[in-house]
Design a protein around this ligand. Sequence first.
Ligand SMILES: Cc1cc2nc3c(=O)[nH]c(=O)nc-3n(C[C@H](O)[C@H](O)[C@H](O)COP(=O)(O)OP(=O)(O)OC[C@H]3O[C@@H](n4cnc5c(N)ncnc54)[C@H](O)[C@@H]3O)c2cc1C
Length: 394
Amino acid sequence: MSFEKTQVLIIGAGPSGLLAAREAARREVDVLVMEEHAEIGLPCHCAGLLSLNGLGKLDVPVDGPYVQNKVRGAVFFSPSGLSFKVERQRPVACAVDRVIFDRFLADQAVKLGAEIRLRHVIRDICLKKDEALIELGNGGFKADVVIDAEGVSSRIVKAAGLEALDPSRLPSGMQFDLACVNVDPDYVEIHVGRKIAPGFFAWVIPLGEDSVRVGLGCREANPRDLLNRFIERRFEEEKYEILTARSGRIVTSGPIKKTFSDHLLIVGDAAGQVKPTTGGGVILGGICGSIAGKVAAEAVKRGKPEEGFLRLYEESWRKELGKEFRYMLWARRIFDALSDRAIDKLFELIIKEDLHRIVSAEGDMDFQSNILSKLLRRRKIFKLLLPLLRLYHL
Ligand SMILES: Cc1cc2nc3c(=O)[nH]c(=O)nc-3n(C[C@H](O)[C@H](O)[C@H](O)COP(=O)(O)OP(=O)(O)OC[C@H]3O[C@@H](n4cnc5c(N)ncnc54)[C@H](O)[C@@H]3O)c2cc1C
């Protein structure tokens, strides 16, 4: 059997893997990315709503060819139709075409020296004392450090003996791009409630004045049926046209317990590095991917690809994002336990106390811990949620 040798091998050419590749390649080590599909970015599962601040943190231009529309806020709708708006004067987020976005990241990585091989499925890993072995039939790869960026259905996390996500316990998502609708291009819509989207929410992301990406996530229900029902209600007056349909599992369970081992780092959806409140994983998973790329390159250069050194990756991302994931996970658990009546009460409070203005001024799409703790410190909100706070020992 012949084994090709590389220094850093990355499994999966999604945003987390590609940003890891870019950062490792920038540090002049050999980087090989293996992608199972024939094209980068396809099939696409994502709504592509990304904050402009977040893109800046990833060192990715906010005006790239992938940007379809920019928005400056969101309107939230309760089960009974109460609503409030969270907004800024200037755009805060954009809808991106994930296929073009992922290809842009791939180009960045390749320009810095990374190699990407398509149509390569990695099925197993063997962590030896001196290297990681990836076996592919009658040959394979030897790598100093492997970065697993396989997304939500990672095989490698389990094969390496680490505790993996259980995709069957995550909400299922479904979305369509619709043309010929009439929407405000400046605002995303978020619709919550057990009848609309049990266990998650429905979204309407404007792609312009006459097209949207509309989707929802849910638990224990059929997302396509619920989405069809939602679209009929939301766009009942309009003769819309369905352009594309996408589906996928949405990670809301927070990070897995351990994201490193000898010769191995886990990043992105595979590591659960996704906002449990919104299911957005491109920015935070991308930040973790970038950290992984840097640590992997450093490990190769120092000749220290073992656990003792690679734990630096987990220490770094937990230092930057650990508190964010903790707060967002609490918020998700509390929200999942609220009845539609309780959600309506929460909306009433927010509107009555003008809290959406505080969120408008101080909220951050990716770093939500400050605003969540500020809202929770409000006496009336605290009182409303107290039974659930006790239930979850918060
Ligand atoms: C319906 C829906 C809407 C979403 N909307 C948003 C949003 O608006 N904003 C946001 O930030 N996030 C959103 N997300 C989440 C976002 O899509 C993910 O968090 C993000 O794509 C994770 O990036 P990743 O690189 O970790 O994994 P992925 O993007 O899943 O990439 C993994 C890659 O690895 C490849 N691969 C997997 N296994 C192997 C293997 N064994 N060998 C070789 N290649 C392999 C796959 O083909 C894929 O290309 C949404 C998710 C869903 C399901």
